[in-house]
Design a protein around this ligand. Structure first.
Ligand code: F6P
Length: 357
């Protein structure tokens, strides 16, 4: 039985995409031999809409285990616009189904985050055979304890925080590191704990600036402080606002993220000099860590097993430390937030780390 498999990567990239693609491909060639054909779809769902497909050879999957980015390229094609006909008059869902049919695909593998899984589920309900694979440095996909890309980003963010210690110490400053993560604070939390941050500020635990200033003053005898702030953090007043209202309020105040505001307010309140460090997309770049290479490979191989069983409409996941899968319909539209009573939050608090709550 011939199998023709389409693969795409969608949304923000992360280390481990290529390792996952390689895992799927190698396991498929191993399982199905000459009875498998792999089609690479460029630029995520945009490529599926526009038919940007390329026939892959087995050798195309060699030498990519350690590389960052994605060999297929990626784009953000927001889910909320998928079913809307825009100015270009393109029916995106219809076009994706047409590409799938034209390419004679037996199944489609979508590597991506929350938005990607929503569209994957949509395509699955439209009758396509879809398997999702959980990618994101944010680690916020529902139903999996870990996503590939997360631990590499934790390592990179930890390195950033490590480097801030010595300069903060030399100058007696408060160094505020802004860590990616718009909705969920997993990356800030893990790298904050690993990097020995004194304060950790995440969206799930809205902060009170007075509490953060108090924590800085408590640290004053040490001469410096390190604060890890998630880019999506907000204070207790903003927590009461809806997303749009918060964006409007910030625009009016000339603010982008919470980080620069926290730094400015803390400097005014404590008299201690502050500096902001934003590693930004550095956290998404580079070679995957050994952990992520193993995880990505396990996930990729599991996807090949699902293909062999023709088990479609599922998202690969790590459940109770075993690689398994959830129904796409159960994953779509949900976000895995940091529970305020998560063990790592408690661990940090027990060390004296302030969350500003
Ligand atoms: O979803 C991953 C992520 O890196 C988030 O942490 C961040 O908020 C966002 O993507 C940035 O997206 P972009 O690369 O499109 O600016």
């Amino acid at each position: 039985m011939k199998r023709r498999i389409g693969i795409l990567t969608s949304g923000g990239d992360c280390p481990g995409l290529n390792a996952t693609i390689r895992g799927v491909a190698k396991a498929c060639y191993e399982k199905f031999g000459n009875d498998v054909e792999i089609v690479g779809i460029n630029d995520g769902y945009y490529g599926l809409i526009n038919g940007l497909c390329k026939e892959m050879k087995q050798s195309d999957f060699s030498g990519i285990l350690t590389t960052g980015g994605t060999i297929f390229g990626t784009k953000r094609t927001p889910f909320k616009k998928m079913q809307i006909i825009e100015k270009d008059n393109v029916d995106k869902v219809k076009s994706m189904k047409e590409t799938y049919k034209k390419q004679k695909l037996d199944c489609l593998l979508t590597l991506g985050g929350n938005g990607t899984h929503k569209t994957a589920n949509l395509l699955s309900t439209e009758g396509l055979n879809v398997i999702g694979l959980p990618k994101t440095i944010d680690n916020d996909i529902w139903g999996t304890s870990v996503t590939f890309g997360f631990h590499t980003a934790v390592d990179t963010a930890t390195d950033v925080i490590d480097r801030l210690h010595s300069t903060a110490n030399s100058h007696g400053r408060i160094l505020v590191a802004e860590i990616m993560g718009n909705k969920a604070g997993w990356l800030t939390l893990y790298s904050g704990v690993a990097g020995g941050a004194d304060m950790i500020v995440i969206p799930e635990i809205p902060y009170d600036i007075e509490k953060l200033a108090e924590a800085c003053e408590k640290r004053a005898s040490k001469g410096f402080s390190i604060m890890a702030v998630a880019e999506g953090a907000f204070d207790k007043a903003e927590a009461k606002m809806k997303k749009k209202e918060r964006a409007k309020y910030r625009a009016e105040q000339g603010l982008t993220t919470a980080t620069s505001r926290i730094a400015k307010q803390i400097e005014e309140m404590t008299g201690c000099e502050t500096r902001v460090c934003i590693p930004g997309h550095m956290l998404r770049g580079g070679s995957p860590s050994a952990y992520d290479r193993v995880l990505a490979t396990k996930f990729g191989v599991h996807a090949a097993e699902l293909i062999a069983k023709e088990k479609y409409g599922y998202a690969v996941a790590m459940i109770n430390e075993v690689v398994s899968e959830n129904k796409l319909i159960d994953v779509a539209g949900k976000t895995k937030f940091v529970p305020a009573d998560d063990q790592i939050v408690k661990t940090a608090k027990d060390l004296g780390v302030s969350f500003g709550d």
